[in-house]
Design a protein around this ligand. Structure first.
Ligand SMILES: [Zn+2]
Length: 302
């Protein structure tokens, strides 16, 4: 065979190999494209600013882990909550179990936005059964239900104001269309099913098909994509230091920075950003850019 023919076959094989490598590198499921380090898109480096972060930031934000080991920090508690029963006009027709339920206004707005999206799919019998709990109401619940279903005061996500217990007037959430809809779609609204049935050994809490925690986009999308609960996601971020994900036309860069003893942190910021502590040992900085602002190369997967 002629040498040039060998040459062409070799080039074709190389090209095929590169396509395969790209496909293995970037993983896309459910509309989320998660990049590995090898396939990070080349984002033009705008003039980077730096942000100085105080240690207090470690304890607050949408990603803080709260469980038996890591209590709610005083600064993480919501500064203002509203009573849902007294503000039913804000509930968009959704039910509320009793007149004691409270939550921060931004959480109510997030719930209503998600509920409107479910309504469009014909699912609308939602009933809010719990929102923000202060220490007294958490203590009463702990007393009533015990440690399998409730954490002691100061150790519940409800003390953060970032979790909502959502029921259905049609029956148990594990069977009701409302439960199924949330399990499949809540992530698109920044919420995650916090205590899934198959993660009891990691969360330490029984399956709670009604308990949804707000973590925000893109975190809920990455967690759904990878099948992570919050404990696993925070470990993943710590291990990787930096993760990039493309979702809904935006490129998110999620970076973890550990705090060292008695030290403030200075981190680079590029574009718009959000900040959250992990309530353990560091902070997570999430920056966001519109994909249209630059050409993204490796998004090759169909
Ligand atoms: Zn709950």
């Amino acid at each position: 065979m002629k040498k040039w023919l060998y040459g062409i076959i070799l080039l074709l094989l190389l090209g095929y190999g590169i396509v395969l490598l790209q496909q293995e590198g970037a993983v896309e499921r459910k509309g989320v494209l998660l990049y590995t380090d090898e396939t990070l898109p080349q984002v033009p480096d705008n003039k980077q600013k730096s942000l100085t972060i105080d240690r207090e930031e470690m304890y607050r934000g949408d990603l803080v882990l709260v469980n038996l080991q890591y209590p709610v920090h005083e600064s993480a508690k919501p500064s203002h909550v509203i009573n849902l029963f007294e503000n039913q006009r804000l509930l968009s027709g959704f039910g509320v179990l009793d007149n004691s339920i409270e939550m921060p206004m931004d959480m109510l707005q997030r719930f209503v936005d998600m509920g409107e999206s479910a309504k469009a799919d014909g699912v609308n019998q939602f009933l809010i059964t719990s929102g923000y709990r202060n220490d007294e109401s958490q203590a009463a619940l702990y007393e009533q239900y015990g440690s399998e279903y409730a954490n002691p005061p100061g150790h519940s996500e409800h003390n953060l104001g970032l979790s909502i217990d959502i029921g259905s007037s049609l029956g148990l959430m594990k069977d009701a269309p409302e439960g199924k809809w949330l399990e499949n779609n809540a992530w698109q609204h920044g919420f995650v099913l916090r205590y899934p049935e198959d993660k009891r050994d990691i969360t330490g809490i029984q399956y709670e098909p009604w308990h949804f925690r707000y973590v925000g986009i893109p975190h809920s999308a990455i967690m759904m994509d990878r099948g992570f609960v919050l404990e696993e996601y925070l470990t993943f971020l710590k291990k990787r230091s930096r993760v990039q994900a493309e979702y809904n036309g935006k490129l998110y860069t999620v970076s973890y920075y550990p705090f060292h003893e008695n030290e403030k942190l200075s981190v680079p910021i590029d574009g718009s950003y959000s900040l959250s502590g992990n309530n353990m040992d560091g902070v997570i900085v999430t920056t966001m850019k519109s994909i249209n602002a630059f050409p993204v190369k490796p998004a090759t997967i169909k």
